[in-house]
Ligand binder design. Structure first.
Ligand code: FAD
Length: 161
């Protein structure tokens, strides 16, 4: 997809190929922890099956490509509300600006304000769990291995770069 968008060559030097993925699901105290699923040197059309890409590289390349296509990007403001007409939609931004368009695509994430404004209902429930996302430095080479351990209290996963 990124190739088709013409941005993969810009991103690839920043991307870390994932060469191996190890997935397990026993308890930490289990004496033997068999690997549940492993992808080893899997290739898709001669390329690694996945990469880790820093967000800044991905967003930077997408912004450049969008700019070249004449897509106008508004920063430091967000969509606050919208009104639908018969043939158009009018979006109000937090900076007071209004944008009129024929189509509004709301892709504002899991707590979408525009979805609420459109009256689209969702069903959600609390897992009673918290997640920690952080960056750590490996003491030893990671060898391009991503790990996913599905432990009874919740998943533990590492990806490498
Ligand atoms: C730690 C972690 C690991 C994950 N790993 C994976 C994985 O391996 N594979 C996978 O498929 N998924 C993974 N996910 C899930 C994935 O990241 C999300 O499903 C995905 O990012 C959702 O994309 P989205 O575009 O709907 O929303 P988002 O990525 O949340 O994007 C919403 C955007 O809208 C903007 N925005 C919000 N409100 C407004 C507004 N009012 N006006 C304008 N803009 C607004 C936000 O700033 C944001 O840029 C992971 C998530 C986490 C947290």
């Amino acid at each position: 997809m990124l190739d088709v968008l013409g941005i993969w060559s810009e991103i690839e030097p920043e991307a870390e190929p994932i060469k191996r993925m190890v997935i397990t699901d026993p308890k930490t105290a289990d004496p033997v922890r068999p690997v549940f699923l492993t992808f080893e040197d899997e290739k898709v059309e001669g390329r690694p099956f996945a990469h880790m890409v820093p967000n800044v590289a991905l967003v930077g390349a997408l912004r450049r490509a969008a700019g070249e296509l004449g897509v106008e990007i508004r920063q430091s403001t967000v969509a606050q509300d919208f009104k639908s007409g018969d043939h158009s939609v009018s979006v109000t931004l937090t900076n007071g600006e209004t944008i009129d368009a024929r189509l509004l695509v709301a892709c504002d994430g899991v707590r979408s304000k525009l979805r609420d404004a459109a009256g689209i209902k969702t069903v959600d429930f609390d897992y009673g769990q918290s997640g920690i996302v952080t960056t750590v430095e490996h003491e030893r080479p990671h060898d391009g291995t991503a790990e996913e351990h599905f432990l009874p209290a919740g998943p533990f996963a590492t990806s490498c770069r």
